[in-house]
Ligand binder design. Sequence first.
Ligand SMILES: NC(=O)CC[C@H](N)C(=O)O
Length: 214
Amino acid sequence: MTNNRTASSSATVGILALQGAYEAHAKTLAALDVTTRLIRTPDQLFTLEGTPSVDGLIIPGGESTTMLKFLERNGFLESLSSLVRTLPTFGTCAGAILLANDVQNPPQISLSALDITIERNAYGRQIDSSILTAPTKLPGAPLEMVFIRAPRITRTGPEVETLATRDEFPVLVRQGHLLAATFHPELGHDLRVHQLFLDLIASHRVHSHATVDS
Ligand SMILES: NC(=O)CC[C@H](N)C(=O)O
């Protein structure tokens, strides 16, 4: 059956709402007129037919160890892990840690979807919460970035594109349908990173429909 939604029709974005900065993402997406759905249980990820219930998913910042405690119940981690193989997903800070293939300082389990190595709390303790302006490949002026106990991406795989850096380390990366930031775009006023994610959802839809319909 052909899905008659087009790339220009509005997407529904799920936001993992177990802990952390999920409300701020919901507000940012509301400012972009996007429908959001807070996801708190594994069954909310899927429709009754077993297809994804949302067009894209945000895994917010917060504390990745705390989120993992919730995710390790009721098969949540396994469901999420299979979903993020194909569903456009944007991880910010703790969300980027959860998406990474390889987590260090200390090592911890993850969804192993994004081909990066990420070091937790890499800039020191709470004092390293800062707002910086740094260059980006996104169109427009340099990007304002809010860092809170941020991790550092220390390796990117060959499929990973770096879209912004801090002191030459990647802070915004994309790999196909996956986007990750080590800062908190939902806490700033700049909507470009969320817009980029919406564009990624739209192009993913066009691509997957072209594949299904051809
Ligand atoms: N702002 C954040 O999301 C911080 C991430 C947190 N330090 C962690 O390791 O999970």
